[in-house]
Write a protein that binds this ligand. Sequence first.
Ligand SMILES: [Zn+2]
Ligand SMILES: [Zn+2]
Length: 300
Amino acid sequence: MVDVTLIGTGGMLPLPDRWLTSMWLEYNGKACLVDCGEGTQIAINKHGIKLSHLDTLLITHVHADHISGLAGLLLSLGNCGKTDVLKIYGHTGIKDIIRHLFCICPVLPFPLEINELPVDRISEFSWNEMTISSMPMKHGVDCLGYSFVLNRKPVFNPQKAKSLGIDVKYWKELHSGKSVTIDGREYTQEMVTDEQRKPIKVTYMTDSRYFDEMIDFAGNSDLLISEGMYGDDEYKEKMAEKGHMVFSQSAEIAEKSGSGILWLTHYSPALVNPDEYADSVKKIFVNTVISKDGEKISLK
Ligand SMILES: [Zn+2]
Ligand SMILES: [Zn+2]
């Protein structure tokens, strides 16, 4: 089960009732946080999430609303007893930027491993049985979107094993993916499992103006988290100039990419009531959620 929580939904600056946009994704007892703006650790705490599960941190870009909470988060992680490595991923050049932040948290009880990802192409790395892909966004500064894909193991089907006459004592081995040989005949895992299940996919894209490749990158996401600074299309051009989108553009990406659910986020502080655009945006993509801080889902 992949548990996703949207820590906050704001862009630019935190408001009394709206923390900055970031995502907590947890699987198998390990968690990955995407972005860490001012106050993110407070919002994590408020949503009842265990900070100690944090294993990896992804940074989209180094605008303050996405990274200025990092030093405080690292200090709090130290206070909750973390001693194993924290991996941080970000775009090329992020090592230097994080090193500069260290002057206010120079001593931590756990090591950091900082990894730089390319800004000219899609790249992939493994985390916690998942594949994470990064794709350069178009935001005027280096910025990455991320997708998480969990390829699920096939389900063992006892009926198939029985019908092949395989004794129960061999099931555990087959279940673990090994082949067994009985009376000179080889039995493989594929012979006793059901068809491959669809992978679980979560895509996170903020901050960026619209571009066509976003559709492929988000392709078949169970959950797409994408930005909308404003709900009104009249801001579309102005936002594109600033490297942002409006609600309808994210809804079009969700529709064209075959995504299951869209969570809108990264609202402008000037957008007081994003809910008033719910009807119009659902006409483009019916499963759009005008997210609130603490939005949660468990994907199975
Ligand atoms: Zn932002
Ligand atoms: Zn930005």
